[in-house]
Design a protein around this ligand. Structure first.
Ligand SMILES: [Fe+2]
Length: 387
C-alpha cells in the first residue's frame, strides 16, 4: 500500500512477422546511420539480409557488427570496442538482434556513445549519467527480457563475477518481439531462457519490490509460461507455443524491469561467474533452497503461484498449498532436464561456499528486495542446502 508506481517500458511491437517493421521504426526514431549488432546464428537464419534490406528501403545507412564470445556472459571489452566504431561513424541508432547477451552488448554500446567511462565504472544502480542514443531491440530467444529492461549483464573479468549495469538510461527505445524469430531456438536454450523468464515473474512476485501492477502481470506470465514452456521445448516448430512463450516472456520482462529480481538471481551470480554456467541453470540449481528460505515470509503469495501454475489447492492448508508451488517448479525442471541442485551441475566443492556467500551478499541491489533479511551466514546455509 501507498507505493508510488512508476511503470517503465519501451515502445513495444509484438506479433508474428513484426520484424519487417524495423525500417519504419528506425525512420520514426530519425535514424540516418545505424549499427546493427547481432550474432552468427541470426545471419545463418537469414535475418541479417532482411534487416539490412528493411533499413536500406528507408534510405538509412547500416553497418553490421557480429558479436562472438567464449563465456556465457559477454565481457566488457565488446561494447567498449563497438562504441568506438559507433562514435567514429556518428551512428544515431543501435539495433540489437539475438539472445539476451547480444542485446545487452547493443544496449551498452549505445550507452557508451554518450557516457565517457568504461563499462566497469557503471556497474550498479543508476550510475549512467547520460541517456544512451536510441535503440531497437529484437530478441531471438524467449526469456531474458533484455529487450524491455534497463539492465545489461557482463562478466567482470578482473574478479570473475557477473555484474549488472542497471540504469533507466539504457532502457531501449523500441522492442520488436516477433515470435517467428524464436522458432529456430534449440531445445536447451528454449528451456534455459524460458525458466529464466519464469523467475523474472515469480521472484519479484514474492519480493518486497512487488506492486499491484506487476503482480497482475506476473501471475499471467507464470500461468502462460507454465502451460507453454514444455510444449516449446518438446516441439520448437509449434507456432502456438512459440507465440505464447514470447508473450509470457514479454510479460515477465516487464515485471523484471519494474519490480526486479532478488535472492535467486543474486546468489546465481557467483556460480555463473566461477563455473561459467549459463544463466538459466545457475538459477534453477538454487531455486529450491532460496524459495524454501523466503517461503515463511510470503506463504500466501506462494499459494498464488501454485494456483497460477494450475495446481489444485482446494482443501489444503496455506502451508500445504504454498509447498505445491515448489512441487510444480521441480516437476517443470525435471521435464526440461534442468538442474535442481548444485550436485545436478556436478558442483561438489563446499569449501567455496564462504566466498560465494560474500560475493552474493555484495549484491545488495538485488538482496535489498528480499522478503526475508539475509546475513552472510544465512546465504552460506542457502548454498549448503543447494548441494
Ligand atoms: Fe534472469
Amino acid at each position: 500500500m501507498n507505493k508510488i508506481i512508476n511503470f517503465q517500458t519501451p515502445s513495444i511491437i509484438f506479433g508474428m512477422d513484426t520484424i519487417h517493421q524495423v525500417g519504419i521504426q528506425a525512420k520514426k526514431l530519425g535514424a540516418k546511420k545505424v549499427i546493427f549488432i547481432t550474432g552468427s546464428n541470426v545471419q545463418k537464419n537469414g535475418y541479417v539480409d532482411k534487416i539490412v534490406a528493411a533499413l536500406e528501403k528507408e534510405g538509412i545507412y547500416i553497418k553490421v557488427e557480429f558479436v562472438s564470445r567464449n563465456t556465457p556472459e559477454p565481457t566488457t571489452d565488446i561494447p567498449e570496442k563497438l562504441s568506438e566504431i559507433a562514435k567514429k561513424m556518428e551512428a544515431d541508432l543501435i539495433i540489437g538482434m539475438g539472445g539476451g547477451s547480444v542485446l545487452d552488448v547493443a544496449k551498452m554500446t549505445a550507452a557508451l556513445v554518450t557516457n565517457p567511462l568504461k563499462v566497469r565504472d557503471y556497474f550498479g544502480k543508476e550510475k549512467l549519467p547520460n541517456k544512451c542514443i536510441p535503440t531497437i531491440m529484437i530478441p531471438t530467444t524467449a526469456g531474458t527480457g533484455s529487450e524491455v529492461t534497463k539492465h545489461a549483464i557482463f562478466l567482470d573479468e578482473e574478479n570473475n563475477v557477473k555484474k549488472a549495469v542497471a540504469s533507466s538510461n539504457i532502457l531501449p527505445s523500441v522492442a520488436i518481439i516477433d515470435p517467428m524469430t524464436t522458432v529456430t531456438c534449440p531445445p536447451k536454450v528454449t528451456a534455459d531462457s524460458g525458466f529464466d523468464a519464469f523467475l523474472h515473474a515469480a521472484e519479484p512476485f514474492v519480493s518486497k519490490a512487488a506492486n499491484p501492477l506487476t503482480d497482475v502481470i506476473a501471475l499471467k506470465a507464470i500461468s502462460i509460461i507454465t502451460k507453454w514452456l514444455g510444449v516449446a521445448y518438446a516441439d520448437g516448430e509449434n507456432l502456438e507455443a512459440r507465440y505464447n512463450m514470447s508473450l509470457g516472456c514479454l510479460l515477465a520482462g516487464l515485471v523484471l524491469n519494474n519490480s526486479g529480481t532478488s535472492l535467486v538471481h543474486a546468489l546465481a551470480y557467483p556460480i555463473g561467474g566461477e563455473y561459467h554456467v549459463p544463466h538459466g541453470p545457475s538459477l534453477s540449481c538454487l531455486v529450491n533452497s532460496c524459495f524454501e528460505y523466503i517461503m515463511i515470509a510470503k506463504q500466501d503469495r506462494f499459494v498464488e503461484i501454485a494456483k497460477a501454475m494450475g495446481e489444485n489447492t482446494e482443501g489444503l492448508s496455506e502451508r500445504e498449498a504454498a509447498n505445491l508451488a515448489l512441487t510444480a517448479i521441480n516437476d517443470m525442471l525435471k521435464k526440461l532436464n534442468m538442474p535442481a541442485s548444485l550436485s545436478d551441475l556436478n558442483i561438489s566443492d563446499k569449501s567455496r561456499v564462504g566466498r560465494w556467500a560474500i560475493d552474493g551478499y555484495s549484491e545488495q541491489r538485488l538482496l535489498s528486495r528480499s522478503a526475508r533479511r539475509l546475513s552472510v551466514e544465512d546465504i552460506e546455509k542457502i548454498y549448503i542446502n543447494a548441494f
